[in-house]
Design a protein around this ligand. Structure first.
Ligand code: FES
Length: 330
């Protein structure tokens, strides 16, 4: 059965299939619903049923007060929709509304896609997940091990499966630890999320994502989130890297372009370390229709961000339409 859920006051709507909880269905649809444990303990996903019927599918330890019960409050992580439902629920509108969390996750897989790049797949416990917004980062390591902050390279729609892209960096203890010692089944401590390189979901503009080398990490999270929300009419992804090998998830980008009518993927070769040269090439291949409005999300090193900013501002793009994520390593 498919139920249609509407959230107030935002007016966001999504479908819920089978007996997915209200929270699972909302997160899968890309909503920034307020929640904590996902497990019926904290009460942070409390929402009021305005109309329609829900059904409790799992036990919860959190005690809902008598007044809240009478008022129609339920836990979104423990209830499923029985037909169409309207709910009054909290949604985060900024990164400040997502608290810092600390948890331990297990390494589910490490995939060394090239000599220089490790794709790290972590799985959190079912009862202790990481709530974050697409584009944010987390600190990995801890417990006496080396640690470093990296962008989360996956979508918040699955908060148990977290992906990171760790470049080889001889000067980073954490990078050396990942490449030389870390293995499947090991534990890593996670603290976060951090950063406000997040999608402006209220903007009606088309989206341009520019990833410089491993800046693709936060860009991937934003693209997947934007796809689940279906917010933009048109999305353009530019990935600047050293040759084909530098675009270590090229097939993924091509599959997005194949699957979506309004998605354009433009691979661009890095012109050495010359950001001006790269931007000239990006300008040449982008060729965006002038009458259309765009929001730009750019992830790269300081030089590429400075060059991109200067060029886009010169072209008359409003500073409010630019968002930058500075990476500390290529
Ligand atoms: S998220 Fe903690 S009770 Fe639902």
């Amino acid at each position: 059965m498919t139920a249609r859920i509407k959230i107030l006051p935002s007016g966001h709507e999504f479908n819920s299939e089978g007996n997915h909880t209200l929270l699972e269905a909302g997160l899968s649809a890309g909503l920034r619903l307020g929640y904590g444990c996902s497990n019926g303990n904290c009460g942070e996903c409390l929402a009021r049923v305005v109309s329609g019927q829900v059904e409790k599918t799992r036990h919860h330890d959190f005690r809902i007060s008598a007044a809240d019960k009478t008022d129609g409050h339920v836990l979104m992580c423990r209830n499923t929709a029985v037909g169409d439902v309207v709910l009054e629920a909290q949604e985060a509108s900024s990164s400040q509304q997502v608290p810092e969390q600390q948890l331990t996750a297990k390494v589910k897989a490490i995939n060394f896609v090239t000599e220089e790049m490790a794709l790290l797949h972590l799985k959190t416990p079912r009862t202790r997940r990481l709530r974050f917004l697409a584009g944010q980062a987390a600190r990995l390591g801890g417990n006496g091990k080396a640690s470093a902050t990296h962008s989360i390279a996956s979508c918040p729609c699955d908060d148990m499966q977290l992906h990171f892209q760790i470049p080889r960096q001889p000067t980073s203890d954490f990078s050396r630890y990942v490449f030389d010692q870390l293995k499947r089944g090991d534990s890593l401590e996670l603290v976060g999320p951090y950063g406000d390189f997040i999608l402006d979901e209220d903007s009606p503009n088309s989206l341009v994502f520019i990833a410089w080398k491993s800046g693709f990490s936060s860009i991937r999270s934003l693209v997947e989130h934007a796809m689940s929300l279906e917010v933009a009419e048109q999305m353009v992804l530019v990935w600047v890297a050293d040759g084909d090998e530098g675009r270590y998830l090229d097939n993924l980008c091509r599959s997005w372009a194949d699957a979506l009518d309004d998605f354009t993927y433009l691979p661009v070769n890095a012109d050495g370390e010359d950001p001006q040269g790269c931007m000239a090439e990006i300008g040449r291949v982008l060729n965006l229709p002038e009458q259309q409005q765009y929001d730009y999300y750019v992830a790269g090193n300081k030089a590429i961000l400075d060059a991109t900013s200067a060029i886009l501002l010169q072209q008359g793009v409003s500073p409010s339409r630019l968002r930058f994520d500075q990476i500390l390593h290529d």
